[in-house]
Write a protein that binds this ligand. Structure first.
Ligand code: HEC
Length: 342
C-alpha cells in the first residue's frame, strides 16, 4: 500500500527540486547555458521517476501476494468445512482428531510434513490395512485431493500461526486466521451439518447434544434415513426430520420428542441397508440390547423399506431421563434418540 504521508513528502521534494532547477534555468540569460540547464532538468525529472516506478511496482507485487494468500486461505476454509471439521472441530479446536488451530505442535511441523499429512493421511499402526487414523482421501471423501486443494488447506492451517504469517510477510491481524471463516462456509453449504457441529462443539458429543425436535403434537411422524450430506458428521447415513422452523431444510441427527401413542415410521432413503434398534445407554460401539424396539437384523431395512413403531409406556419408563437411544446394528456409529413424554 502507498502511504499518503510518504507520497506527500515525495511530491513536495520533487516540486522543490524542479522549482530550484527552474529558478537556476531562468536566472541564466545565455542561450547555451539555458540549453545545458534544460537538459539537466530533464535528466533530474527522469532520475526521480525511476525509483517512483520501482516503488509502485514492488508495492503491486506485495498486494498481489497478499491477495493470493487471502484467496488460498478462504478456499482452504471451504475445503475444511467439507472434509475436515468432523474430526478436527468447526474452528479447528479439535474433536476426535487433534486441535489444528493454535496448537504449537502443529505450528512446529515443517511445511513438508503438513503437506505430506494432508495428502497422504496418517497410517494407523494399531489397525494395519484398516482405516487410517487420518483419512488418506478414500473414495468416501471423493478420492485424493488435488495439489491445489492441498495448498489451500496448508494455507488455512498456517494462517492460525501468527509467527508464520509475519515471517512470510502476510498480514497477521484480526481476521487473518482462516479457521474463523469455516463456520460461515459450512453454514452456506450445509446448514444441517453446521447445526450439528455447533451443538457438538458447545455441548460435547453425547446424545444430550442432539437438537431436540418437538413432534408431540403429531399422532404419526416419519424419520428418514438418508445418505450423509457433504460434511455431515453422521456416517455413513444420517437420521433426518423436517426442520419446523426452516421449511425445506432438514435437522440431522435429531432427538425427536414424541408422546406415548405416536406412530414413528423410519424410511430408508439411503443406499445401504440399516436397522433401527434401541439400546441401553448411548454407546453404539458397545451396544447393550434393549427390548424397546428393533426392526431386526434378519429383516433388514433395505433401500426404500420402512419400519413402523408405535411408542408404548415402556419407552417412557425405560430410562429415568425418558430418552431412548437407538442405533443401526450394521453401522454402530449411527446413533439417534427419542425423548418420550406421556
Ligand atoms: C476421520 C477423521 C479425520 C478427518 C476427516 C481428518 N482428520 Fe486430520 N487427523 C485425524 C487424526 C485422528 C489425526 C491424528 C493422527 C495421529 O495420531 O497422529 C489427524 C492429524 C492431522 C494433522 C497432524 C496434526 C498433528 O498434531 O500432527 C493434520 C495437519 C491434519 N490432520 C489435517 C487434516 C485436514 C486438513 C483434514 C481435511 C482435509 C483432515 N485432517 C481430516 C483425523 C481426521
Amino acid at each position: 500500500m502507498i502511504d499518503p504521508v510518504q507520497a506527500a513528502v515525495g511530491i513536495v521534494v520533487t516540486l522543490l527540486a524542479v522549482g530550484a532547477l527552474l529558478y537556476v534555468f531562468y536566472s541564466r540569460t545565455n542561450a547555451v547555458e539555458k540549453t545545458g540547464y534544460g537538459a539537466l532538468i530533464m535528466l533530474s525529472i527522469i532520475s526521480v521517476m525511476i525509483p517512483v516506478f520501482w516503488i509502485m511496482e514492488s508495492n503491486g507485487q506485495a498486494i498481489a501476494k497478499t491477495q493470493q494468500h487471502n484467496t488460498d486461505v478462504q478456499r482452504g476454509a471451504a475445503l475444511y468445512a467439507q472434509y475436515c471439521f468432523q474430526c478436527h472441530g468447526l474452528t479447528g479446536q479439535g474433536a476426535t482428531g487433534p486441535k489444528l488451530n493454535g496448537n504449537s505442535a502443529v505450528n512446529a511441523l515443517t511445511d513438508a510434513d503438513i503437506l505430506r499429512i494432508i495428502s497422504a493421511g496418517i497410517y494407523d499402526p494399531a489397525n494395519p490395512g484398516g482405516t487410517p487414523l487420518m483419512p488418506a482421501w478414500s473414495d468416501q471423501y471423493g478420492g485424493p485431493l488435488t495439489q491445489d486443494q492441498i495448498q489451500y488447506l496448508f494455507a488455512l492451517i498456517r494462517s492460525a500461526d501468527p509467527a508464520y504469517l509475519t515471517a512470510n510477510g502476510y498480514p497477521s491481524g484480526p481476521g487473518s486466521n482462516g479457521f474463523s471463516q469455516v463456520p460461515n462456509e459450512l453454514k452456506k453449504n450445509n446448514l444441517g451439518a453446521y447445526q450439528t457441529a455447533v451443538a457438538q462443539a458447545t455441548k460435547g458429543t453425547g446424545i444430550a447434544s442432539f437438537p431436540v425436535v418437538d413432534m408431540t403434537k403429531q399422532k404419526s411422524i416419519t424419520i428418514d434415513i438418508i445418505d450423509s450430506p457433504a460434511g455431515a458428521a453422521c456416517q455413513p447415513a444420517c437420521y433426518a426430520v423436517p426442520d419446523p422452523k426452516n421449511p425445506g431444510q432438514e435437522i440431522i441427527s435429531p432427538n425427536v420428542k414424541v408422546k406415548v401413542g405416536t406412530t414413528i415410521t423410519w424410511v430408508n432413503k439411503s443406499k445401504t441397508p440399516h436397522t433401527v434398534t434401541s439400546i441401553v445407554g448411548e454407546n453404539g460401539a458397545a451396544p447393550v440390547p434393549a427390548k424397546v424396539f428393533d426392526s431386526g437384523i434378519s429383516n433388514l431395512l433395505n433401500t426404500g423399506k420402512s419400519y413402523p413403531y408405535t411408542v408404548k409406556a415402556d419407552a417412557f419408563t425405560f430410562n429415568t431421563n425418558h430418552i431412548v437411544v437407538y442405533y443401526c446394528q450394521i453401522h454402530p456409529v449411527m446413533v439417534a434418540a427419542l425423548t418420550i413424554t406421556q
